[in-house]
Design a protein around this ligand. Structure first.
Ligand SMILES: N[C@@H](CCC(=O)N[C@@H](CS)C(=O)NCC(=O)O)C(=O)O
Length: 233
């Protein structure tokens, strides 16, 4: 019998969302336990994950924590279900893994790091400047990495580990710029200056494995409230 998987999660967490995308794409059955993040963690959960964070998975009798590690572990455990990343000893596998790792690193260190500044951007002009910085990062760092035909990374027809690790942030970028919670200059600038990135982002944000647990209305409301609180501090 296959190892049973329990996912400890919260649907508003983009890091936990990574595990949902991986599991959905792999088509692996799992049991879900929702962790209430609005109150202190119960002692039993601190035994699962002493850091108290989501996501964690229980795989058989083993606990695995940290979203990127969880997603990579699931991808490596089920290489045949819906290959998210080639195994490292397949021809070209090590290089493909390195390319995905570099893309994910660029997404977070160059683009997402700009969005993390939104909580300090109080005026419309400051928010528009964050939007411009996001686009500048996409133009310089991501556009050149998305030149293969095909909706997903490396020209793949299916989601890859690159989308598993970035998708929850990409769907927020697309939804929250549309609603104006994130800088509303982003969509127009993106379509004009970084078309491959924006086309990829639309495809990621529309994919059922990414949209599965994404409650756009709730995430829009909580992000809006969080940014307002940070700006008022
Ligand atoms: N580096 C962690 C980050 C996970 C994380 O920050 N999760 C948040 C929710 S989005 C959490 O569990 N917060 C609970 C807390 O800080 O008490 C990962 O990638 O898994």
């Amino acid at each position: 019998m296959a190892d049973k998987i329990t996912l400890y999660t919260n649907h508003r967490c983009p890091w936990a969302h990574r595990a949902h995308i991986a599991l959905a794409e792999l088509g692996v059955p799992f049991e879900e336990v929702i962790i209430d993040l609005d109150r202190p963690r119960d002692p039993w959960y601190l035994e699962v994950n002493p850091r108290g964070l989501v996501p964690s998975i229980k795989f058989g009798n083993e606990i695995i924590t940290e979203s990127a590690i969880v997603a990579g572990f699931l991808a490596d455990t089920y290489p045949d279900k819906a290959p998210l990343v080639p195994v490292s000893n397949a021809p070209g596998g090590a290089l493909a893994r390195a390319r995905i790792a570099f893309f994910v690193d660029a997404y977070f260190s160059k683009l997402q790091s700009q969005l993390f500044k939104l909580g300090q951007a109080k005026t419309e002009a400051e928010q528009a400047a964050v939007g411009e910085a996001v686009i500048a990062a996409a133009v310089k760092e991501l556009e050149p990495l998305l030149q293969n035909a095909g909706p997903f990374f490396g020209g793949s027809e299916r989601l890859t580990l690159a989308e598993v690790l970035t998708g929850s942030f990409v769907v927020r970028l697309v939804a929250l710029t549309k609603s104006g919670v994130y800088p509303s200059n982003i969509p127009t600038l993106a379509a004009e200056k970084t078309p491959a990135f924006w086309k990829w982002a639309q495809a990621v944000a529309a994919h059922p494995s990414v949209t599965g647990i994404f409650n756009e209305e709730a995430i829009t409301a909580t992000t809006k409230a969080r940014l307002a609180k940070q700006r008022a501090a």
